[in-house]
Write a protein that binds this ligand. Structure first.
Ligand SMILES: *Cc1c(COP(=O)(O)O)cnc(C)c1O
Length: 381
């Protein structure tokens, strides 16, 4: 945790304003993360995945540092423009777009679109003529703690036809994209996708179409409980894979980090609402209910996929296994049960806990008013 976040939370407590869970995001950490990506992948442009944390201060900071932006909707495009990015630094990276939203994006100056099928290419050719399109390919998400489904992308063998169709309709067949799965802990996972991308480049070159760009997607991890490789290791592994598959004709590249850009910049302070036991048969197992759960910020605990570090003032003291649950009246609002979480025995009702690594995918996954609980309050410092 950064000193700035600690001081902010202490001040909030002193002022008696600590009456609900909140997220505090330290912009200095995001600035460092941006520089880390730029150093690790010096010839690659960064398109920050806005959905990870679209706070205006985060977008303005990244815009001022020279970042580009990966957006998924017209409101995200508008937020990014309002933060100072010019349209040539914004991609409409969602493969599922209403035609009227493509038209609106085009009106706003956006000329770079993701596709994964000929139907989407046709929408873009109709209302965003001459734009650049890149085709997303399916990618095996193994090694990722938050793997992606088959929802986005087509088989690599289909991508050639999709891009050729785009070319035929007057669009610029620009490149290939993929996403190796979020919180990808294995830097070697880019290799297989880059091989597929190089095959597509070759197939299209044989048909007289020159692709230029490979979008390496997101997936760069943030540290939760387990250590993860440094961003430099990802940069090295990606550079090796690019050289192996593209030889000395390296394509232009972009990355779309979300979690890796903002995850470790955020910290949630929450409060223990109740500690109880369910039955004598469960022995020492306690149930610890927090004032934050799946519906007001911690949605990524679904299937216990993301395991956040939880800090308490009694860290280091003897612990006991706990099931951790949220405050709502929905039975799925249990954060960790399959694998109980060790928390200090001395933990009491009313104690504050700190949940680390919560700068990404927390505020944006927070329900508006489920059960009367407000969306996660955020402070950007
Ligand atoms: C969400 C998303 C990202 C960001 O992924 P992370 O794993 O958070 O880095 C990047 N690209 C696209 C197209 C996305 O939808």
């Amino acid at each position: 945790m950064t000193d700035r976040i600690q001081e902010f939370l202490a001040e909030r407590r002193r002022a008696g304003r600590d009456n609900g869970p909140c997220l505090v995001v330290d912009l200095d950490v995001i600035r460092e993360n941006y520089r880390g990506f730029a150093r690790a992948l010096p010839d690659t442009r960064v398109f920050y995945a806005v959905k990870a944390n679209p706070a205006p201060e985060v977008l303005s900071l990244l815009a001022s540092l020279g970042s580009c932006f990966d957006t998924a909707s017209v409101p995200e495009i508008e937020q990014t423009l309002a933060a100072g990015a010019t349209p040539d630094r914004i991609s409409f990276g969602n493969t599922i777009k209403k035609e009227r939203d493509v038209a609106r994006a085009y009106e706003l100056g956006i000329r770079l679109f993701a596709v994964d099928c000929v139907e989407e290419v046709e929408k873009i050719a109709r209302v965003a003529p001459g734009s650049k399109v890149f085709c997303r390919i399916l990618c095996d998400g193994s090694g990722a703690e938050w793997p992606l489904s088959r929802k986005f992308g087509c088989a690599p063998e289909m991508a050639t036809g999709v891009l050729e169709h785009a070319h035929r309709l007057g669009l610029q067949a620009y490149g290939v994209s993929f996403h190796v799965g979020s919180q990808q802990t294995d830097p070697r996972k880019w290799d297989g996708a880059l091989k597929s991308a190089a095959d597509i480049f070759r197939d299209l070159a044989e048909r007289g179409i020159t692709l230029q760009m490979v979008n390496l997607g997101g997936g760069f991890p943030t540290k939760y409980l387990k250590n993860v490789p440094a961003v430099k290791q990802y940069g090295n592994a990606i550079f090796r894979a690019l050289s192996k598959h593209f030889g000395n004709r390296l394509p232009e590249t972009i990355i779309e980090p979300g979690r890796g850009m903002v995850g470790n910049a955020g910290m949630i302070e929450a409060e223990v609402v109740l500690i109880s036991k369910k039955s004598e048969a469960e022995g020492e197992l306690r149930w610890v209910y927090l004032d934050i759960g799946k519906f007001n910020g911690l949605a990524e605990t679904i299937d216990e996929m993301i395991r956040y570090p939880i800090r308490t003032e009694a860290d280091g003291a003897p612990t006991t296994p706990c099931v951790i649950a949220g405050p709502s009246c929905d039975s799925v609002d249990v954060l960790y049960e399959k694998k109980p979480y060790e928390l200090p025995i001395s933990l009491e009702i009313g104690t504050k806990v700190l949940i680390e690594g919560t700068g990404a995918y927390t505020t944006t996954y927070s329900a508006v008013g489920f059960n009367g609980f407000p969306p996660l309050e955020t402070f950007i410092i």
